[in-house]
Structure formats: structure tokens, C-alpha cells
Design a protein around this ligand. Sequence first.
Ligand code: ADP
Ligand code: MG
Length: 721
Amino acid sequence: MEEAFKKKAVPVDVPNVRPNEYFAKYVFTREKMYKYLPIDVYNKLVDVIDNGAPLDRAIADEVANGMRRWASELGVTHYSHWFQPLTDGTAEKHDAFVEHDGKGGIMEEFSGKLLVQQEPDASSFPNGGIRNTFEARGYSAWDPSSPVFVVGDTLCIPTVFIAYTGESLDYKAPLLKSLSAVSRAAVDVCRYFNIDAKKVVAYLGVEQEYFLVDEGLYAARPDLLLTGRTLMGHEASKNQQLEDHYLGAIPERVAAFMKELEMRALEFGIPVKTLHNEVAPNQFELAPIYEECNLAVDHNMLLMSLMKTVARKHGFRVLLHEKPFKGVNGSGKHNNWSLGTDTGVMLMSPGKTAEENLRFITFIVNTLMAVWKYDGLLKASIMSATNAHRLGGHEAPPVIISSFLGAQLTQVLDAFEESESDEILLLKGKKGMKLDIPQIPELFIDNTDRNRTSPFAFTGNRFEFRAVGAEANCASAMIALNSAVASQLVEFKRDVDVLIGEGEQKMSAIVKVIRRYIKECKAIRFDGNGYSEEWKAEAERRGLDCESSCPLIFDNYLKDSVVGMFESVGVMTRAELEARNEVKWEMYTKKIQIEARVLGDLAMNHIIPVVTEYQTRLVDNVIKIRQLFVGEKGDMMTAENVKLVEEISERMKFISERVSALVEARKEANRIDSEREKAVAYHDRIAPMLEEIRYQIDKLELIVDNEMWPLPKYRELLFMR
Ligand code: ADP
Ligand code: MG
């Protein structure tokens, strides 16, 4: 093994406690439910969690009481409905367990009513006009499928956040609907294969990438502080060219941070497993073991906030922005997604028998169909002002959705497609007509066949949606994917049933439909280099969605086919989709607007004054030398500095003019009423100006005396140890 790939042992200062002593310490697990709830209440609650049985209000009081008793033992005094508004983070509304009895006394109270439903003051959360339109308040409602947990002195209750009239105002509500849609549709398809499942679970394993920077340096970069990324900064002379960072040695300080993060995550029941360096300097990754999708999303949200807290304790700031540094790899969140039954069958894993393998191919091909039909939607689901910097960059998945299958699976699908007669596939097995696909070797999970450039890659037993942004709520991508697959599975069943109705045998009906699908969705399959220019041209020819403007990509949500799909699986209505798009456009505009303000301020108040001072120094130098050496000699000796003085003037002039133009362009854009048009203006006119200004500043960084430069440079930000 090469030296750079060896992990070096680092001494770390953490208490020597076994993980099983603190795992899920702050979570109201089943074990604790069993301990703190009467047995009949416990049984009913488990039925709610496992089987989606309706929550009996009668047990809510007892559940709340049990939770409060458990939480009180941890010193908890408050409770909070914890929800995921349409921003990047989570929101909480804290209330004390203590209620005033109106007679000057207090009593401890936490009733079922307070557990189940709350009315947070929701007007401050983005809602795209839903509450204006429907003149309704928002309320949060308990999601029993994600366990409550304790943070500090607060009992946090995962909730959905919806308008009084039922429209979703958050990520969780549509996510839960999409999960039950995909479950229903997949259970129906499972029946073809004699899989007796009551429920199909979508699993999600989130690999989370992030950067760490020293807290002191971070504080000296107003752009990092206010926008999460560096708006200027010349590339360091050493970057990731040597590729020595990936899986390289973890610096001691970082190892200590990781160790504590791991421990804190485990306390919250987050099953973290691997921590390692990523490709870029100071970039790292954390990958918990996959869980049921809803829980994995909650855990990822919790993990991101834990990362921020723990980082500060260690003198770091964690950067979750998708592209904090230009010219350096960005951060993503690989969403490993699969489906499995409550009976333990992993539907995306090949099996041992022919029937199992047809089941496997059925789910793979239907997923491909969904990705092919809704490639624009999937792209929209991961798009944001921040992720736009990463997608389409030379090192990140392109702004075109395609799927990598690897050589083996490609071979299998090709053979499936090409075989004209069913006889090739239908061989006699032990129990009469059984399916056999000789091309599929029994052990075919080959997870080494990788393509890092594919946004949606099959990796042996799951698909890996790699284009999701590091900062994003994964729910957005999961809502789109689960819904698209659900609607596709419904269509598949319809297609197969039609053939069966015409007298076709079940298995051969499935084979026929799958064969047709393989042909139809071929355009989405691409195993080549997704970063190449040729692929862009090829994708265009194939009719894939190649739009790269973020505000226009959001339009995909409002296409008739997409609205129809979401409505047919009962996940979102047109009104909800329209409202959510308003929020997306508005957020896009705001992000660019803030960046433009910060850049303008930094350019005029930090950069220009320092550059002017340096230029004056050069001018002084020129004058003095010329005083000393009058005539040609003096001219010659000062020629270089004169050139620099000129160059500086030109660049400063450009910057000042551009910053003024930027202010004007912003004013003009702000007058636009439509959120969509405003976002388009910010994308088309304002965002490119930021790049132009930056270009000049980065050039000046190379000219001005290092001592004078007012901001920490890339080499300091990226290579602290
Ligand atoms: P790699 O670096 O090979 O992508 P990692 O171990 O870093 O692998 O992360 C893979 C992620 O995929 C983990 O979160 C893991 O739990 C998850 N995963 C593995 N199998 C499945 C599956 N069947 N469904 C969903 N996620 C899975
Ligand atoms: Mg991965």
C-alpha cells in the first residue's frame, strides 16, 4: 500500500467508554418505551410505528407522561417540536414542562395534546404564499416513526409542519407521503414474486462531506462567515493536484474532533461508522450505516447541527457549503438508496434463484425508468444556489442526470433486451415453469466497479444519488425519487396486468414489459466519463435534460407530467408545488443577493483601500528612484513597478465600475415582481458579475504585498494543521 493511503495512528484524548454504554443515550428508544410506558400503551405505540396504525389519542397522554418521566431523569425542563421548514436547517419552538396554575403556583405538565400537536408561530418560515392563499395557520404534528430525543435541557419531538388546510410547509410531510406511496406500489409488485410483504421500506445511507477551517481564520473571512463560501481567493500553489489527501493521514486535531463527533452522534443513536479524509485538503467525510429513509433524514439533520457544535469546541468551523473554495473539490452528500421489505428481502440485491433475479431486475429497471422519465425533476430536487457551484464543475457530477450500472449489470440488461424469445429466459426449474437467467451469475454484487462521475450510480445493492448537495436536506431528493419510483411501479403493474388479462403467463408478461422498458429508457444509461464535453453533446442528442440555469431547472417541478405524477401518488398537489417553487426562487435570489452585497463591501472596503496603499508605495518607490537616478537609467530601473502601477489602476477601475454596476443591476432586479423572473435576473446578470469582480481581485492578490493582504489566503485556510 502506498504510504499516503495508510491511516496513521493518532493519540486521541477521549474517555475510554464502550459505545454500548452511551449508544442512543439521548433517544427514547423502544427499550425505554418499554420501560416507561404501560404495556398496552407500548404495544399500541409500536403498532403505530411499525404498521402506520392511526395514533389513538387516548394513549397520547400516557406516552407523553412516559416521555416526560424519562426526560426528567436527564435533567430536561423543556420540550420542543422539532421540524424541517423549507430552509436548510431545522427549527424548534421551546416550551417549558412547567405550567403556571394561575394561583401563583406551578405544575409540571406535558400532555398528549402538547406532544401530538402545536402551533408554532410559523409566519417567519418560508411558505410560498400558502398561508396567505389559504388564510390558514400552520401547525406541527408529531411523527411517531422517528423517536424523540434530548438535546441539552430540551426534549425534541420530530414533527411535520403543515398548514391548517393540510398543505405541507416542510420537508417531512411530503417525505412521509412519498415513503408510503413507494411502499404501497412496491408491495403490489412484490406479490408477483410471491413475496409476502406488508410494507416496503426505503433505506437511505448518507455519506456527508464537509470542510473544516480554523476558527480564527474563519472569523477573518467575512465572506465565509456571511455566505458560507469564499467569494475571492487565488488558488493555493499546492492544491489537491498530488491527490495525497484522500484517505491520507488525519491530522491530530481533526482526529480529536472526529472522535468526539462520533461519540456524540452515537449518543443520539446515529449509527456512524466510517470517518475519513476526502479528496480536497481539509475535506472530510462521515458515513453512518443506512437506516429507514425518514430516520436517516432526521439523523442527517441532527448530525449537521452536531458537527457545527462539536467543531466549535475544537476551534474549528465546519463548512457545509457545496463549494467553499474555488478550484478545490466541493462537498456533496451521497444518498445511498434502496428498497427492502418488512420481511427482510432487499429488493435491489440480486438473489440466488431465477425468480429472485427477475425481481431484482424488475426493481432496477423500474428505477431506471423513473430516473429517465423524471431526470429534470431529480435534478431540480438537488439544485440550489449553492449546489449550482458544484454541479457541472469539473470535479463534480454534471448537471445532467444519468445512471451508471457497471459492466456486469449492463451485460445482463443487454442480454435481456436482445433475447428475442422468452425461451432463452424461461427454463424449466424444479417447480414447473421457473425463470432462469443463465447470464446472471449467482454472486454478482460487484461493488468495486465504480464510476465517480455518475450522478446516479448502481453500486451492487443500491443506487447512489451522488449529486445531492452537502448542505441540503436529503428529503428533497428522496421525495422526488420515492415518488417517481412509486408512480413507475404503479404503471409497471398496470402494464403487466394488461398482458395477463390478455392471457399471458405472469412471468412472461413481466419479462415482456421489462424488455420494453429496457429499450425505452436506454438514454438514461451512461457508463462513460460524465465530466467530459463529449457527454454533454451526447446527452443533448439523447434528449436528456441539460439545462444548467438553477432558476430554470426549478421549472421542472411545475411540468404537467411532474405535477400529474406527484398528484397521482398523493404526495403533493399543484398548489403545494407552486408554493414551494416560489420559496425556491426566493431563496435563490436571496443567496445571490447576499453574496453580491458581501462581495461589494469586501471589494470596496477591504481590497481597494489596501491595494491603493500598496500602489502608493510603488509610486513612492518610482519617484524616489527616479530622483536618485535621473534620466534613462531611472526609467529603466522603475519600468517594472510602473507597469504594476498601471495594471493595478486598471484592475481597480474595473472593480469599482463593476461594483457600481452590480448595485444598479440589483436595484433593477429587485423591482421585478415575479419571484421566478427575479431569480432568473439574479442568475443571468448578477451571478456572472460576481465572477468577473472576483477574477480581478484574485489577480491583485498575486500582486499586492503578502503582509498587507487583508484576508487569510487559500493556503492558510486549506492547509492548517
Ligand atoms: P462507499 O465509500 O463505497 O460509497 P461507504 O461505506 O462510505 O461506501 O458508504 C456507503 C453508504 O451506503 C453507507 O452509508 C452504507 O450504510 C450505505 N448502504 C450500504 N448498503 C445499502 C443499502 N442496501 N441501501 C442503502 N444504503 C446502503
Ligand atoms: Mg459513496
